[in-house]
Design a protein around this ligand. Structure first.
Ligand code: PLP
Length: 351
């Protein structure tokens, strides 16, 4: 890592250049697509993908109501209207059977999120996209390396957005993101849009953003990409161990659903219990860093008041959000640390 960073420092090339080109090629190859465009963040990756499809005022975009706030903000930045769909209790992903009811003449895009690393049910989404001529943008920000029916996520929709936020499965030393696609035309447009809409220096064809993946981050990601598969396998083994122990000792706690058509990237390990708040407090007091992803479904966020959604609109997400808890999960986690967490949960329920 030191030598990769020092090479960039010595070159003095901090924006674009061969290191970024190389990362884009390697990441495209890893995902199994023709093109990768490095951008400044996962949020920008979503925003730029929508811009490349000319999505804006008057258009509607379908997305799940339980996701990170950036998914809906990216839609709002374009002026389009986000249309939420409830999630499936079993998978926490978008309820594909509830999408068709939400489609209107204005719907242009379905934006599924592969939440916690688990792929959304893409077959049904692809069928809808064909039937109604809709584009698909995958939010793969939590799912680097996840597979659906043998295909890596990020290679299924028209575009996919990845985030390299430090805590993601593939994380930079700061912010970063990428878009993957098989379309040469869209890739070319994205290369313009991430750089002010420039066709060449000081000639602008359209209004774009300043959103490039830093060369330094690309150098860092090139080193880490080589380890991604190994790290994901470790995540998977750790997740299996949690599930085995929890099913054994705490059968009333719901563990993550395993879809046999898919390979999860195991970004997060999320359990479900009605005593979530007390359990979270107890585990934090034992120095176990648990999290909640996410405590409030998006339609109830104050910043989105103008969308006029009411409490009760998405009953599954609302009940799930009050019961989910993410246990520590990262490749370097040890079995004794996992045992400490599991024993602490056992102790909590004993008392
Ligand atoms: C992290 C994340 C994003 C945003 O990525 P940033 O790089 O932080 O902008 C978008 N969607 C989901 C589901 C994410 O987890």
């Amino acid at each position: 890592m030191d030598s990769a960073i020092n090479k960039v420092l010595a070159s003095g090339n901090f924006i674009k250049g061969t290191t970024l080109d190389k990362f884009e090629k390697e990441f495209a190859k890893f995902i199994g697509v023709k093109y990768c465009i490095g951008v400044a963040s996962g949020t920008d990756a979503l925003h730029l993908s929508l811009l490349a499809l000319n999505i804006g005022k008057g258009d509607e975009v379908i997305l799940p109501v339980n996701t990170f706030i950036a998914t809906v903000y990216a839609i709002l930045y374009t002026g389009a209207k986000p249309v939420f769909v409830d999630i499936k209790e079993q998978t926490y992903n978008i309820d594909v059977n509830a999408i068709e009811n939400k489609l209107t003449k204005k719907t242009k895009v379905i934006l599924p999120v592969h939440l916690y690393g688990q792929p959304a049910e893409m077959d049904k989404i692809i069928n809808l996209s064909k039937k109604y001529n809709l584009a698909i943008i995958e939010d793969a920000c939590q799912a680097h390396g996840a597979k659906y029916n043998g295909k890596l996520v990020g290679s299924i929709g028209d575009f996919a957005s990845f985030s390299f936020y430090p805590a993601k499965n593939l994380g930079a030393y700061g912010d970063g993101g990428a878009i993957t696609t098989n379309s040469a035309i869209l890739a070319k447009r994205l290369q313009r849009l991430r750089e002010y809409g420039a066709v060449n220096k000081y000639t602008y064809k359209e209004i774009g953003l300043n959103s490039r993946l830093d060369t330094l981050q690309a150098a860092i990601l090139l080193v880490k990409l080589k380890h991604l598969n190994t790290w994901n396998k470790k995540r998977s083994a750790l997740a299996n161990y949690y599930t085995k122990k929890i099913s054994q000792h705490l059968p009333f706690i719901k563990t993550p659903f395993i879809n046999h058509d898919s390979t999860s990237a195991h970004h997060l390990y999320v359990i479900r219990t009605s005593r979530r708040n007390q359990l979270a407090k107890y585990l934090l007091s034992k120095n176990i860093q648990v999290g909640i992803h996410y405590p409030l479904p998006l339609h109830l966020q104050k910043s989105l008041y103008f969308l006029n959604y009411k409490k009760g609109s998405f009953p599954v997400a609302e009940s799930v959000c009050s019961e989910i808890l993410s246990l520590p999960l990262y490749p370097e986690l040890t079995q004794s640390e996992q045992d400490y967490t599991i024993n602490s949960i056992i102790n909590f329920f004993k008392h």
